[in-house]
Structures are given as C-alpha cells and as structure tokens.
Design a protein around this ligand. Structure first.
Ligand SMILES: [Fe+2]
Length: 193
C-alpha cells in the first residue's frame, strides 16, 4: 500500500488499542510501496537520515535511510515503543543487556545479547524487556536500506551508550526532513528507489 494509506490506517487505531500486538500485526500485514516514499527519501554520506512522515499525539512515523556501512549508536528509547519494518533492503539489529549502571556518573556496563536481521518479511518491535539496541546496514549487504519506524509516544531524545567507555548520556534527536522539507545541515541526496 501507499505510505499515506499506511499512516491513515495507523491513525485510525484507537489509543486504547495501540498495543504491542495490534501495531505489530498492522506493520506485518501492511507492506509499504517504496515508490510512495519518494518525497521522504534523503540519503547522506555523512550519517543516516531521519525523515518524519506523519505525527499525531499518539505516534510518529519516520523513514530512516541508511547508506551501506552506516549504523546507529547503541541506544534505547526511554520507555517508548518502537516498531520497525523494512521499506527497502535489510538491516541488522543487535540487542544489548544492561549489566550495571550508575546514573549519577553516567556509568554503564553492557553485554551483547541477541541479534537478527529485519527484511521485508520480518518486521519487529523493540523488545520492551531489553530495549538497548543498535541498527546497522553493514557494507557487506551491498545496498541502501530504508526502515520505517512507528514510535509511540513521539519523543525527541534517547539515551546513547558507549560500549568501550562504559558511559551513557542523553542526546536530542534531530530530523533531517519533516513532511518532505529539509530541517538539517546534512549534505543530502534525494533518491528515488
Ligand atoms: Fe531504535
């Protein structure tokens, strides 16, 4: 289906029913035609890009564009839900277990737990029990990738973790584009897939 129809369908799920299972079922059943994402597909050699497509008080819908070799920081979503599906290509997800932390000095120890691949047939939800994760599009996959993310509630910060330095901190999330309009200084290329 087209992205606008996908967004409309999500918007029509009542707040009380916007649950783990219901939204996961929705993203599994409804594949988005990548051609309909054309207004939102910007790639950058400097960083993956975040492209806001739709926002309601309950959720936001974002397309993230990954060049081969790009990856996110190790991060969590501060208790918010995140469902992820592929619009193009595939990505790898690594989950991490929090072994120890001391918020007073931003100290943390993590250890790797599960990892898996998301492709068009396998959408996923960030595991609420183990929400620290990293998403990557390894160069070995040999392709650009576009992930579609449903975040509920909308939020603009996350915690990022430095595995080696054993440190974590809050960062503000910046959208590269919002509703198809550029919002950042990243050097970007608009791409049709
Ligand atoms: Fe994430």
């Amino acid at each position: 289906m087209e992205i606008q129809e996908f967004a409309h369908g999500l918007s029509s799920i009542p707040e009380a029913e916007f649950t783990h299972d219901r939204v996961l079922d929705y993203v599994r059943r409804n594949r988005v035609d990548v051609k309909s994402l054309a207004p939102y597909l910007y790639f950058s050699p400097e960083h993956y890009t975040r492209n806001l497509i739709h926002r309601t008080p309950l959720f936001e819908l974002i397309a993230i564009c990954w060049e081969p070799g790009q990856r996110s920081a190790i991060h969590n979503h501060r208790g918010q839900r995140c469902w992820m599906s592929m619009a193009y290509g595939k990505v790898q997800v690594h989950n991490f277990r929090l072994v120890r932390q001391d918020p007073a000095r931003g100290y943390c120890e993590l250890e790797p737990s599960t990892h898996f691949i998301i492709d068009a047939d396998r959408p996923c939800e960030v595991d609420p029990e183990e929400p620290i994760h990293q998403v990557s599009n390894p160069a070995s996959f040999g392709s650009r990738a576009v992930t579609l993310h449903v975040y509920s509630w909308p939020y603009d910060t996350c915690e990022i973790y430095d595995l080696k330095a054993r440190h974590y901190e809050d960062v503000k999330l910046v959208n590269t584009t919002e509703f198809g309009v550029l919002k950042s200084n990243l050097k970007v290329e608009k791409v049709s897939l």
